[in-house]
Design a protein around this ligand. Structure first.
Ligand SMILES: [Zn+2]
Length: 589
């Protein structure tokens, strides 16, 4: 039985040097990509790139390193390891051109700052890439937020094509894959970590970039002018996952099992802001109870620090099973454009605690106000909160983009914030679940279901965690109520097994997922053994590619277990729901 392990090469000295020079060290974010992808991995220092050090791994990710950083001996060890069967993944990594089968002609630099698209890519390979997109999005150009190399790779299989900023075909690969002996070498012409981090966390907001006279998360959007009809960063992650899966990778799925232990198709998370109204919360919460749905209301102080919602109504919301949190308000007293301070957040949290006696979990800022980069996330983590739902789905204009399902921050899944260079680019224990489907299903008094249907179809297609954002006041009106009813009817019509969460539940699952682990994978010709650990009560799900036919058997802790086999994206994915605590699955051919 062969142990199957993956590793990420990471040199913390390079991080420290970059941070000391006042620069972000982007490769830090490969950890976030791997964690979100659900691939278990070890971290290797460059000194461990020896024949012995590499022998225990099957997959190696090698981020960008300074020119000349790899020694000849290391390059030789890597080459032999690939030939013997390893999968090497490079990301604009210098010093191994021969192994990757590439030559670099030139570099397309970012014009402006490190948060500006330099070029685009298109998933080109029909078998592994293009099938990750729905048929009507197959040609989607996805912006790259990093310098991109122009490559020649005559022996490679082109997994993605390089396009210019203006989507002109440059007839060169952006991702190339090459079989070498028993192994393979896959090269990305850019730093995927920079691209993903800059897309998901966006540009720091120090000015009103979009001209709406406010500092908001909309100012952070780096995918502009693309419409983000598909989640670009998620698609790049799915493409990477597919490559690793072809080489035997086993992944922790993004979704948790349902309470009955089944594998859901999507998680929908429902929440909205009360905008300081007093008469809408209870009817909205009652409507959601009637629909059998969870719900989350962010409560605003108008003016700060006055909570107009009475403690009695707050308690009634709790009785209805409705989550309650704070809707931070920076607009009633402040002038626009307004910069948030740590003191603002602390004072408003104190007032909330004084009114209701609890520390909230996951918040939205009124008008999605934002300042700087990671600072508000760092401050709220210090103040005891766990996450936000602040990232806008669509750029300004319009100011309030209703009935839209978009992915302006490149992702539909939550992510952890990472701090800036002054704070060592540390991961912050605070997540963002972006808004993705905002007031969908109606225009004013009329039903209009196209975007609502699209949100549900895409959630099912990619197994997403999809935010369905509805303000409480809207849920007291007929057209938005009809949209909620239609959402449930449409999921049923599609034969989906959806899981419904409120905002805090979504946030807390993501924290639990990040702390869960695939602890070991062993593979041979006859079976795959996977050991998992999670504290999440419903457990976790593992996924792996399954070549053909049904598994001979699937057992968890020695007992026959359920599994789901899905034909998806031109592949067959096997999903197994694992129980809470430690568990071992054995899947036999
Ligand atoms: Zn608001």
């Amino acid at each position: 039985m062969l142990e199957f392990r993956a590793a990420l090469v990471f040199d913390d000295n390079l991080r420290a040097q970059a941070n000391a020079a006042g620069r972000n060290y982007w490769p830090v974010y490969y950890r976030e990509i791997l964690n979100r992808m659900g691939l278990p991995y070890s971290v290797l220092g460059p000194e461990e790139l020896t024949a012995d050090g590499l022998a225990q791994y099957r997959i190696l990710l090698l981020p960008p390193l300074p020119e000349g950083h790899l020694t000849d001996a290391q390059a030789q060890a890597l080459s032999e390891w690939v030939t013997a069967g390893g999968l090497l993944l490079g990301f604009a990594t210098p010093g191994l051109d021969e192994l990757f089968g590439i030559s670099v002609e030139s570099v397309i630099e970012q014009v402006g700052d490190e948060f500006t698209p330099s070029a685009c890519i298109r998933l080109a390979d029909a078998e592994w890439g293009a099938s990750l997109l729905p048929a009507y999005e197959r040609d989607a150009a996805m912006p790259v937020l990093a310098p991109v190399q122009r490559l020649q790779a005559p022996q490679g299989r082109e997994l993605a094509r390089l396009l210019s900023f203006f989507e002109q075909d440059l007839h060169q690969p952006a991702v190339t894959y090459r079989t070498v002996g028993n192994g393979a070498a896959c090269y990305w012409a850019f730093d995927l970590a920079q691209c993903t981090w800059a897309m998901q966390q966006g540009r720091p907001v120090y000015e009103d970039y979009d001209g709406d006279n406010s500092l908001r998360t909309m100012d952070q959007i780096t995918t502009r002018p693309w419409e983000a009809n598909v989640p670009y960063a998620d698609l790049m992650m799915f493409a990477l996952r597919r490559i690793i899966a072809e080489h035997g990778g086993v992944f922790l799925h993004q979704l948790p099992p349902a309470a009955d232990g089944s594998v859901p198709d999507a998680v929908f998370h429902w929440g909205g802001d009360d905008e300081g109204a007093t008469e809408v919360q209870i009817p909205a919460a009652e409507f959601m109870v009637e629909m059998g749905l969870p719900y989350h209301i962010n409560i605003m102080q108008t003016p700060v620090p006055v909570h107009t919602l009475s403690a009695e109504k707050f308690n009634r919301l709790k009785q209805l099973g409705c989550e309650t949190s704070i809707h931070f308000n920076f607009t009633t007293a402040g002038q626009q454009p307004y910069r948030i301070t740590r003191q603002d957040l602390a004072d408003q949290l104190d007032a909330y605690f004084g009114a209701y006696g609890e520390v909230p979990v996951c918040t939205v800022f009124h008008c999605m106000t934002w300042t700087g980069w990671a600072e508000p996330a760092r401050w709220l983590a210090e103040l005891g909160m766990k996450g936000d739902n602040n990232r806008a789905h669509w750029r300004y204009p319009p100011s309030n983009p209703v009935n839209k399902c978009n992915f302006a921050f490149g992702t539909c899944y939550p992510f952890h914030y990472y701090d800036d260079c002054s704070e060592d680019n540390r991961r912050i224990d605070f997540t963002s679940a972006p808004v993705t489907a905002y007031e969908c299903g109606y225009i004013r008094e009329n039903s209009e279901f196209s975007q609502l249907h699209r949100a549900i179809e895409l959630a099912s297609f990619w197994n997403l965690t999809m935010n369905l954002f509805f303000h409480p006041i809207r849920l007291t009106e007929p057209a938005p109520q009809a949209a909620v009813r239609e959402a449930l009817a449409y999921m049923q019509k599609l034969g989906m097994n959806p899981l419904h969460f409120a905002t805090d539940q979504m946030c807390l699952w993501w924290h639990e997922r990040a702390a869960s682990a695939i602890e070991a994978v062993e593979r041979d010709e006859e079976q795959v053994t996977v050991r998992t650990r999670t504290d999440y009560p419903a457990g976790c799900i593992i996924q792996l590619l399954w070549p053909e036919g049904e598994p001979g058997s699937v057992e968890i802790n020695g007992v026959p277990a359920q599994y789901v086999l899905r034909e998806q994206h031109n592949a067959r994915w096997l999903y197994v729901a694992m129980p809470t605590g430690q568990a071992e699955a054995v899947v036999r051919l």
